[in-house]
Write a new protein. Structure first.
Length: 404
């Protein structure tokens, strides 16, 4: 059975690679001239710019109905249960299923990797990760594990009632995690998600503070599946494209004809977003909670409105060695930056979150399944709108006399 699963995973990965080769590469937002904020990104412009952080993903596709997956975020390469990292969870709107959140709130620490997946697969993913962790060396005497698993509902494009995520998908994401570039768009836990009426997905970005502001790095990874009025660098892209929340009601347009074969992602209002924030700054759980809240500023800048049916969650953690919580007989003091030093980190979290959302949209490809369809954001039309609103390439050197 294990051999069959391994072969199936290999074939799935091979098919995905062939599919990726067959379609033209879509740029990341910054590659297209969308420069967000004022702080510079890290070398990869990804959450993996935070030293030690690794990301692994498994995309699960079956026939014309299943489009989902798993994204795993590992704060460091050691035994996370034995070397826990301080963490905090902030809830923007709590319409969601974030397993393990209460213990993180209570103790202020992570003892497992973070998994992202589809709504009805949360518990299967959690069970698979617990089984995987119990089998790790040094875990023989463990009787309690708090798996942290977040989700968004990809039921428009995915036959979610099948609960298609299996143990081998979770294990592949965990064991395949790496510190390199992170795949974005319609991959992993973002394979079947929708954002602002377009195909959403996984996106990531980072910011590196200059030495005068501490020299720390903040990295963000998002799973976008929410709605609103898409705004990019302040330009009303969703409005200009005629795709935004409540458009039909505002225009008094008639409802779609009954019997339509496909469900559309257009004019979507509700949805969810999972945000993971990592930093190498030595922060306590209390400071990480403050950092997590600022990530929601990035979501607001993209045009999200935190609707009633949206689950908006931020998980923030620090990888700094000085704040890790190791099993030892003598407690040691936990270092933390002074409050006055946090403002640059807050700016970094907001900027990186905003850009990560744009990356999830720019990199996503159109998806059509038996249940529905979501078109990719039209990049050429989007860039045309951004040029019209002077929202591209602000960091480029302008010729003398040019209007800034």
């Amino acid at each position: 059975m294990r051999l069959i699963c391994t072969v199936a995973l290999a074939l799935t990965a091979y098919a995905a690679a062939l599919s990726a080769q067959a379609r033209p590469e879509r740029p990341r937002a910054r590659e297209a001239g969308v420069v967000v904020g004022v702080l510079p990104p890290g070398p990869l412009n990804a959450i993996t710019d935070v030293a030690g952080v690794r990301v692994g993903q498994t995309t699960v596709t079956q026939g014309d109905s299943v489009q989902t997956g798993v994204t795993a975020i590992l704060p460091h390469g050691g035994n996370l249960f034995r070397e826990r990292v301080p963490a905090a969870i902030h809830v923007g709107n709590g319409f969601g299923k974030l397993a393990g959140s209460t213990q993180v709130d209570e103790l202020g620490e992570l003892e497992t990797p973070i998994l992202l997946t589809c709504t009805l697969c949360v518990w299967k993913a959690a069970d698979a990760m617990v089984e995987w962790m119990l089998a790790r060396p040094g875990m023989e005497d463990v009787r309690s594990i708090n798996p942290v698993v977040g989700e968004t509902n990809d039921g428009l494009l995915n036959a979610i009632r099948l609960r298609p995520v299996a143990r081998e998908h979770v294990v592949a994401a965990l064991e395949g995690a790496s510190a390199g570039a992170v795949a974005e768009g319609s991959v992993g836990a973002g394979a079947g998600t929708v954002a602002f009426g377009f195909k959403g997905g996984i996106g990531t970005s980072s910011r590196r503070l200059p030495a005068t502001l501490g020299g720390y790095t903040v990295g963000v990874l998002v799973q976008t599946n929410y709605g609103g009025v898409l705004t990019i660098n302040g330009a009303p892209v969703g409005r200009e494209l005629g795709r935004y929340a409540f458009r039909r009601e505002l225009e008094a347009a008639p409802p779609a004809a009954s019997g339509t074969a496909m469900n559309s992602a257009r004019d979507r209002a509700d949805g969810s977003v999972m945000i993971v924030v990592a930093t190498d700054a030595p922060l306590s759980a209390a400071s990480l909670d403050r950092l997590a809240r600022r990530a929601l500023a990035g979501i607001a800048r993209t045009g999200g409105s935190f609707t009633n049916g949206s689950g908006d969650y931020v998980i923030a953690f620090s990888t700094a060695d000085s704040v890790r919580r190791r099993a030892q007989s003598i407690p040691r003091a936990i270092a933390d930056l002074p409050n006055d030093a946090l403002s640059p980190l807050f700016q970094a979290a907001a900027e990186a979150t905003e850009e990560a959302v744009y990356n999830s949209l720019f990199r996503a490809t159109s998806v059509r399944t038996r249940g529905g369809a979501a078109e990719a954001l039209p990049i050429d039309r989007t860039l045309e709108i951004l040029r019209r609103y002077n929202a591209l390439g602000w960091d480029r050197t302008l010729p003398p006399g040019a209007r800034p």
